[in-house]
Design a protein around this ligand. Structure first.
Ligand code: GLU
Length: 505
């Protein structure tokens, strides 16, 4: 067999905002496709109209675009295998449903929801399978003529796969090895519903993977239980020789304790579980997103890439190109990956440090604007250069550096008690004189002059520095004192010191 071109797909159902686990699935598909010079397809699995949420598809595309995950094919991306929304492929599926019925591999069932409910009450652990199907109302039990009459009369029906019991079904998984399931535990899943003329997820998924020539199915672990059925469908449809390779990715786990990461964990511990902010169209409830929380996309990508995979050493910082080069499905873990959101912040910190100061300054400009501050870009750049290593997020620059833009109006009480000494007022009054005569007012020079004066007078260096910081910043924080004085300038420095002397003496 000739080697097929690698083709993978990300196949979300537009039932709400894309969860961060779904983003990781999309990312792994992207890395794998790029590494193999393959194609990445976006397929919208919207056959369940009950669960359709308006805006979800747009959200998914916007989120992945923000993260730099580019599709080769899909709605809005072009491609020769379309349409890429399953709701637009309705006519394609029926043929395969009919084929399965004709070959005796599927059958038509008329049981109403009420009849099924009654059975569920009657039989514990009811499952529509070989043990039950001959007691139900379907094309296996009704005469062929009656089946035709019922259909002609418009009676609603579904088509179910006919699963033969007592057969071991093998799912070969790149990550998990051979997974064996006995067919007896499977039920005769619904493949098609006459009510809306649409296939269910299982059939549409398999037909589309086949027609779109998908070579690898990389998806979340929650789909592993469906995989045996999918293998059976490939076999029933005669497509086993081009069946894709499966790779079921490990679950994302809660940061602490056991179980799957949920939106509630995010709400409780204060981190987003969605890439972008999402406003629920029905309830109006707003959920936070990584983008709006100030994460840069490179950091989110790097963070997610390492949730369930590692390069085999302890390297952590990898840009997208390196990830493409190093990614390896076989190195994905079987066991769940703890969602360590503190690590996510660390990645953001690292990527912010890597950015040009000017780029961060422009981002910070809008934070300043929102705070009602107008400042020159060059001044903002200088400030950013001094404090960026202290922050994980651009918005934290304001917490760290507001005093560069507004003089303190209050002085931290604890610090005043501890750091403002009896002689602070008189010493700082002297300091004003020294600073007045200090020229140029550049950091190193000012430091030399001030330290010379302190030494000459025999004053306590630490006391004077602490009191000065309190006067300039209002709190015991901020970068090097003389970088502050240089940045805010002589006039402002002196005014702040005088004001503190006035207020605290
Ligand atoms: N539509 C499924 C989902 O929403 C796709 C699962 C798969 O990739 O086969 O995740």
């Amino acid at each position: 067999m000739t080697q097929r071109k690698v083709r993978v797909r990300f196949a979300p159902s537009p039932t709400g905002p894309l969860h961060i686990g779904g983003v990781r699935t999309a990312l792994y598909n992207y890395l794998f496709a790029k590494q193999n010079n393959g194609d990445l397809i976006l397929r919208i699995e919207d056959t369940d109209s009950q669960r359709f949420v308006p805006g979800a598809e747009e959200y998914i595309i916007e989120a992945l675009t923000w993260l730099g995950i580019r599709f080769d094919e899909g709605p809005g991306f072009g491609g020769n295998y379309g349409p890429y929304r399953q709701s637009e492929r309705k006519d394609i599926y029926k043929k395969y449903v009919d084929q399965l019925i004709t070959e005796g591999l599927a059958y038509i069932a008329f049981d109403t929801p009420e009849e099924l409910d009654a059975k569920r009450k009657e039989i514990a652990n009811f499952q529509y399978d070989a043990s039950i199907r001959l007691k139900m109302r379907n094309s296996l039990t009704l005469p062929a003529q009656e089946v035709q009459q019922l259909i002609a009369a418009g009676e609603k029906y579904v088509v179910r796969i006919k699963i033969e019991p007592r057969e071991d079904i093998y799912v070969q998984d790149v990550i998990r090895g051979d997974v064996v399931i006995n067919s007896s535990v499977l039920d005769d899943k619904v493949l098609y519903k006459s009510a809306d003329g649409l296939p269910t997820y299982h059939l549409a998924n398999i037909v589309d993977d086949h027609l779109m020539e998908v070579t690898h199915v990389i998806r979340g672990e929650e789909w592993l239980p469906s995989a045996p059925l999918h293998v059976l469908l490939y076999r029933s449809l005669g497509w086993l020789d081009t069946m894709p390779q499966f790779a079921h990715l490990p679950l994302l786990l809660k940061p602490e304790g056991n179980g799957k990461l949920s939106k509630r964990d995010g709400d409780r511990l204060g981190f987003p579980v969605f890439p972008l902010e999402w406003k629920d169209p029905k309830s109006g409830e707003v959920s936070s997103g990584y983008r709006e929380s100030g994460y840069v996309p490179e950091a989110v990508v790097n963070f997610l890439a390492l949730l369930g995979w590692n390069p085999g050493n302890d390297q952590e910082l990898m840009d997208i190109n390196e990830l493409i080069r190093l990614f390896d499905l076989a190195r994905c873990s079987k066991s769940g990956a703890k969602f360590d959101y503190e690590k996510g912040k660390w990645f953001n910190h690292e990527y912010i440090q890597q950015k040009e100061t000017s780029e961060i300054a422009s981002l910070f400009m809008s934070v300043l604007y929102a705070e009602g501050i107008q400042a020159e870009l060059s001044y903002v750049e200088k400030v950013v250069g001094l404090i960026k290593e202290r922050v994980n997020f651009v918005k934290e620059l304001w917490e760290q550096g507001a005093f560069f833009f507004v003089a303190p109006t209050e002085y931290d009480e604890k610090t005043v008690k501890k750091r403002w000494k009896a002689d602070s007022a008189s010493q700082l009054t002297e300091l004003v004189d020294i600073l007045n005569n200090c020229e140029p007012f550049e950091s190193h020079h000012t430091e030399e002059v001030v330290k010379g004066w302190i030494e000459e007078k025999g004053y306590h260096l630490g006391n004077i520095m602490n009191a000065t910081r309190l006067a300039l910043v209002g709190a015991p924080k901020g970068p090097h004192i003389f970088d502050i004085t240089e940045t805010i300038g002589k006039k402002e420095t002196i005014e702040r010191i005088q004001k503190a002397v006035e207020r605290l003496k």
